[in-house]
Write a protein that binds this ligand. Structure first.
Ligand SMILES: Cc1cc2nc3c(=O)[nH]c(=O)nc-3n(C[C@H](O)[C@H](O)[C@H](O)COP(=O)(O)OP(=O)(O)OC[C@H]3O[C@@H](n4cnc5c(N)ncnc54)[C@H](O)[C@@H]3O)c2cc1C
Ligand code: SF4
Length: 476
């Protein structure tokens, strides 16, 4: 609970970002790190609130927040670390990337600013690495059974880590050259430097997990092979089939999907593509990003760092309010306007806009034909977009990036090979124990939930691992 009167004595203090002029020149992390004094003070703000909504309602992995806040306030870092790691396999990812629904549910946030829970979480795990408290800790003994985890994004990694720590042999397969999924290839280094990911992967390898990369399951490795060599399989292949915009002019060159754009730049920063310049670059171009979410914001930050002349980000939804609306009261996640560091760096956001056509010259995109949208609520209480008459306008563009979300996992070869039952959108159906329609084949993360958040992927990977353990123990 921190200090009795901490919430009355101290204000919320966020460490903020590196100066804009400096951070735009590189791809290094934009976040500044809170100093130790500030972390003690922020932990001291945690109240003895009775029901910790942050833990019980806000945090998808149910981090035991009041307890680690209290231990941090008292300088008991090892104990705080033990409590944090008992619910979250990778606090160094969530501590940097989680939108922190815990803070939206913090009791202090009802009439003042919430505790900086995410920063405290990050401080605890980083202190653990810094002080050498986190060392390879493989299980003393292993059961005979072995498990294959397919996909090394946060869901697959969380499942693998939980299973290995429980004494099961784990092999993780991934079709990419390096593990990490979207952590490695989607999220730019300015949000998550890849050395943070590599540190964790190395630790997992030292603890006994085997990684088989550059292997596509369903194609290079069959269902039959996995069934023969493993006692259970956890599928965690993500949901990366991008939503397209099939309007006139879509076949022009210069219109790309967000992930294709981000993957190239991430590979370049990690020197995975050697000295080769990215094929898709925003350098010197007017860029239009279609889609106002996190992926769009990552494309905006990347385009600005590549030296784009101008960047527009278009969103079909109306601009959200600045204050928490009545529709999402505390402790719910508030539907308010969010500004990422990238939005503070440059570019122009346009709300309630639809794109009607792409127009080009010599086969390359040059303009977008757009119109303003009104959101009308029907008698069925469902809001639908309607074009406002007479509001058509054009935007110049040399590069258009489609960042309109993801429609499903794709992966049809694997799904056919495993004879899995997908839902209407192609996500893999699972029972309450996360087993698919096939005996011994479990599923976790975006592949079953749809594109979501890292913290949900971790929660899902942990749950699948627990179900696999129960399944294997039942067979004994
Ligand atoms: C650009 C972008 C930015 C994001 N930013 C944030 C953020 O800041 N905060 C946040 O909380 N969330 C963010 N998200 C969402 C978050 O990254 C995802 O919800 C999360 O990564 C899902 O984890 P996953 O393990 O289910 O899948 P993924 O991370 O997609 O990993 C799936 C893995 O499976 C592999 N794979 C697929 N098919 C096969 C196959 N047949 N054989 C072998 N391997 C296969 C893939 O190569 C991949 O490595 C972002 C998403 C995107 C796209
Ligand atoms: S994982 Fe996310 S929601 Fe949970 S405590 Fe950390 S920042 Fe908050």
């Amino acid at each position: 609970m921190g200090k009795d009167t901490g919430f009355l004595e101290y204000c919320r203090k966020d460490p903020g970002y590196r100066p804009k002029e400096e951070r735009l020149k590189d791809f290094k992390a934009v976040d500044l790190v809170a100093n130790e004094e500030d972390i003690y003070e922020q932990a001291a703000r945690c109240m003895d609130c009775g029901i910790p909504f942050c833990h019980a309602y806000g945090c998808p992995v149910a981090n035991i927040i009041p307890e680690f806040n209290d231990l941090v306030y008292r300088g008991q870092w090892q104990e705080a670390l033990d409590i944090l790691c008992s619910t979250n396999n990778f606090p160094e990812f969530t501590g940097r990337l989680c939108p922190a629904s815990c803070e939206a549910a913090c009791v202090a946030g009802i009439n003042t600013e919430p505790v900086t829970i995410r920063q405290i979480e990050l401080a605890v795990i980083e202190k653990g690495f810094e002080k050498g408290l986190i060392r390879p800790n493989p299980p003393a003994d292993y059961f005979d059974e072995s498990i294959a985890v397919i996909g090394s994004g946060p869901a697959g990694l969380a499942a693998a880590d939980t299973l290995n720590k429980s004494g099961y042999h784990v092999t993780v397969y991934d079709d990419a050259l390096h593990p990490g999924g979207i952590l490695r290839y989607g999220i730019p280094d300015f949000k998550l430097e890849k050395k943070v990911l590599k540190r964790r992967i190395n630790l997992m390898k030292d603890e006994g997990i085997v990684f088989e990369t550059d292997v596509r399951v369903g194609t290079d490795v069959s269902f039959k092979y996995l069934k023969k060599h493993f006692d259970a399989v956890c599928l965690a292949c993500g949901s990366r089939q991008p939503r397209d915009l099939p309007i006139p002019g879509r076949d022009l060159s210069g219109i790309v999907f967000a992930m294709d754009y981000l993957i190239q730049q991430n590979k370049k920063v990690s020197n995975e593509s050697g000295k080769q310049a990215p094929l898709i670059t925003a350098s010197g171009k007017t860029v239009v990003v279609i889609g106002g979410g996190d992926t769009g914001s990552d494309c905006l930050g990347t385009a600005l760092r590549q030296g784009a002349k101008n960047v527009f980000q278009l969103e079909i939804l109306p601009r959200p309010p600045l204050e928490r609306p009545d529709s999402t009261p505390w402790p719910k996640w508030p539907m308010t306007l969010r500004e990422s560091h990238a939005h503070k760096e440059g570019g122009q956001r346009k709300w309630a806009v639809t794109t009607k056509a792409f127009m080009g010259e010599k086969g390359a995109v040059k303009k977008l034909l757009c119109a303003e949208i009104a959101w009308i609520t029907g008698t069925d209480h469902v809001m639908r977009p309607e074009e406002k008459p007479g509001t058509e306008f054009q935007i110049e563009a040399d590069l258009v990036i489609l960042a309109m979300g993801f429609v499903g996992p794709g992966n049809s070869t694997l799904i056919d090979n495993f004879q899995l039952t997908p839902d209407k959108r192609g996500h893999i159906k699972a029972g309450r124990n996360m087993m698919t329609n096939m005996d011994g084949i479990f599923v976790a993360g975006d592949m079953t939930n749809g594109q979501s958040l890292i913290v949900h992927a971790i929660a899902s990977g942990r749950k699948a691992a627990q179900s696999i353990i129960a399944y294997l123990q039942e067979k004994h």
